[in-house]
Design a protein around this ligand. Structure first.
Ligand code: SF4
Length: 82
């Protein structure tokens, strides 16, 4: 059985090496993405998982995150359940 509140989080994955620094994700969800000194997006509070940066996200933010996923011009942001 699922633990209470276990669906409160989702997972964002970001292939940072392919970022072109368009800044859309930072404008859409600044609580999750910030551009670094080189102008490339970094997923905040993330750990490295293969080629992806991985961080947990609040399900409450799902709509905003999906906007960033859809808007990323090089399609390197994913939102998954786990
Ligand atoms: S929207 Fe995509 S390309 Fe633009 S800064 Fe964010 S990760 Fe990089």
């Amino acid at each position: 059985m699922a633990k209470p509140g276990s669906n409160a989080h989702m997972v964002i994955r970001h292939k940072a090496l392919e970022c072109i620094g368009c800044c859309l994700c930072e404008e859409t969800i600044p609580q999750y993405f910030q551009l670094d000194d080189d102008g490339m997006a970094q997923l905040l509070n993330s750990t490295q998982e293969g080629v992806f940066q991985r961080a947990t996200a609040l399900r409450l933010d799902q709509a905003e995150i999906e906007e960033a996923v859809a808007g990323c011009p090089v399609d390197i942001i994913r939102l998954d359940n786990s």
